[in-house]
Design a protein around this ligand. Structure first.
Ligand code: C2O
Ligand code: CU
Length: 480
């Protein structure tokens, strides 16, 4: 069951500049108490097997003092429990469904067999209300991944069903021991605290992508962290919102980005803000700095994702405050130069795949999204052979940006409107901005099956921005 490929074995870490020595520049005791996620309990004594229970159920959650909602949850909380494994471990998840609707669990970004991918009809049958399913696979790559349902996804994710999966590589040392997993999301509540209907705004709401009115980090609105000024922290961030983009800002302080979707990237980038489209991840080093006793606020700027996304809306949302202790600030120190050798995939002999994303308005005024002019149900699957390299060109003709996600495989971005994109990173989700074209290269391995791709604005996916790759199957009936 373990998957190997030449490039995944070619990982190479080099730490050119070690971080602070252990114990030095560390955060105060309890610094992340309000933000730390509950972790799934491993019931297996084998050190290389992580065995957990996960159930989907309605539960009351408190997103801010006195603000409660009956959310859809994994194990009673939003987000669901943080699942921690080491790369190469076997993960066994005893899943049970206590919702009134069928569901599944999709493991976003994991290169696992199709039977474990959580797509009804292609991976497994839906898990009915009261039913259960055992997910059991080897975790092949280090990085931050996440899990969510693949049935009524826009509603289910919007109502709270998502969680993070952190895959550590014990040989990787970025020199920043204070680490926090941050799950960004939002939820739409009516004034009386009940969940807003998932089809508000009708077809126009679908075309835009519905955003929640409460912005959450680890399930809390405007939470609080305590930090020692200037001491570095490592943030592992995932955008689990169903439509909202995040553009992280810490008063202009620098984020050092060291990784993306599939683990560490080629070399670090110093950024004043970090954009995460739905589904994307970032691995960041930050050293929040302010006068002892002062407070900073991590904010998300309003991000222009197309028509109507920036007009008449608040310019920023507060995510959490960072309260500095009274300790003297830690002197500025060089950021760890975390690098990873990533071989560019060879383009020799690659097959071209062209996808044009469009939107059509019907005579009755409703919208539908299309790929190559076809609504989802009429679209032909994209055939792929085991070992085949494909170059995908995604042309977005619509007035909204689309975070494009491919299940089961990492790809490398080639260019955006013809301009190369660096540093190299393994990606499974990329933002294709409105009216622009992105190209990526993917090499399919031996994991046969029907693999989905779709926009990770889940309303858009359900509105037609979905398709399938048929890998290693009999393609005689299809023409390319
Ligand atoms: Cu997070 Cu079908 O994806
Ligand atoms: Cu979209």
């Amino acid at each position: 069951m373990r998957m190997t490929s030449t490039w995944s074995l070619a990982l190479l870490w080099s730490i050119l500049c070690a971080g602070p020595a252990a114990g030095q520049g560390r955060q105060p005791e309890g610094w992340d108490r309000n933000l730390r996620l509950p972790e799934a309990v491993d019931t297996n004594t084998d050190p290389h097997i992580v065995e957990i229970s996960l159930d989907a159920r309605i539960a009351q959650v408190e997103i801010a003092p006195g603000v409660r909602a009956e959310a859809w949850t994994y194990n009673g909380a939003i987000p669901g429990p943080l699942i921690r494994v080491h790369v190469g471990d076997r993960l066994i998840v005893h899943f049970s469904n206590h919702l009134a609707q069928p569901t599944t669990v999709h493991w976003h970004g994991l290169r696992i067999p199709i039977q474990m991918d959580g797509v009804p009809g292609h991976s497994q049958p839906e898990v009915p209300p009261g039913g259960s399913f055992v997910y059991d696979f080897i975790v092949p790559d280090a990085g931050l991944f996440w899990y969510h349902p693949h049935v009524m996804s826009a509603a289910a994710v919007g109502f709270g069903l998502y969680g993070a999966l952190l895959v550590d590589d014990p040989t990787e040392d970025v020199g920043v021991p204070d680490e926090l997993v941050l799950v960004l999301s939002d939820i739409e509540l009516r004034p009386d605290g009940t969940l807003e209907s998932p089809d508000t705004g009708g077809s126009g709401g679908m075309a835009f992508g519905r955003e929640g009115n409460h912005v959450l980090v680890n399930g809390r609105e405007v939470s609080r962290m305590v930090a020692r000024s200037g001491a570095p922290q490592r943030w592992r961030v995932v955008n689990a919102a169903k439509s909202r983009y995040f553009d992280l800002d810490l008063g202009g302080q620098i984020f050092t980005r060291i990784g993306a979707d599939g683990g560490l990237q080629q070399y670090p980038e110093e950024l004043k803000d970090v954009v995460l489209a739905p589904g994307e991840r970032a691995d960041l080093i930050v050293a929040p700095r302010a006068a002892p006793g002062a407070e900073l606020v991590l904010q998300s700027f309003l991000y222009n994702r197309g028509y109507g996304s920036t007009e008449a809306r608040p310019l920023s949302s507060d995510l959490f405050t960072i309260a500095m202790t009274g300790d003297p600030a830690v002197a500025p120190m060089p950021r760890p130069q975390v690098r990873r050798a990533i071989e560019p995939l060879s383009l020799a002999g690659a097959t071209a795949v062209n996808l044009e994303l469009s939107i059509t308005q019907q005579a009755n005024g409703t919208f539908d999204y299309r790929i190559n002019g076809e609504p989802f149900l009429a679209g032909k699957p994209i055939p792929a052979k085991i070992g085949e390299t494909q170059i995908w060109t995604i042309t977005n003709t619509t007035v909204w940006s689309h975070p494009f996600h491919l299940h089961g495989f990492f790809f490398q971005i080639l260019d955006k409107d013809g301009a190369p994109v660096r540093p190299l990173a393994w990606k499974d989700t990329i933002n294709v901005p409105y009216k622009q074209t992105m190209r990526f290269v993917v090499k399919f391995d031996e994991r046969e099956g029907s693999w989905m791709f779709h926009c990770h604005i889940l309303d858009h996916a359900e509105g037609g921005l979905m398709g399938m790759v048929e890998l290693g199957m009999d393609h005689s009936q299809h023409e390319r």
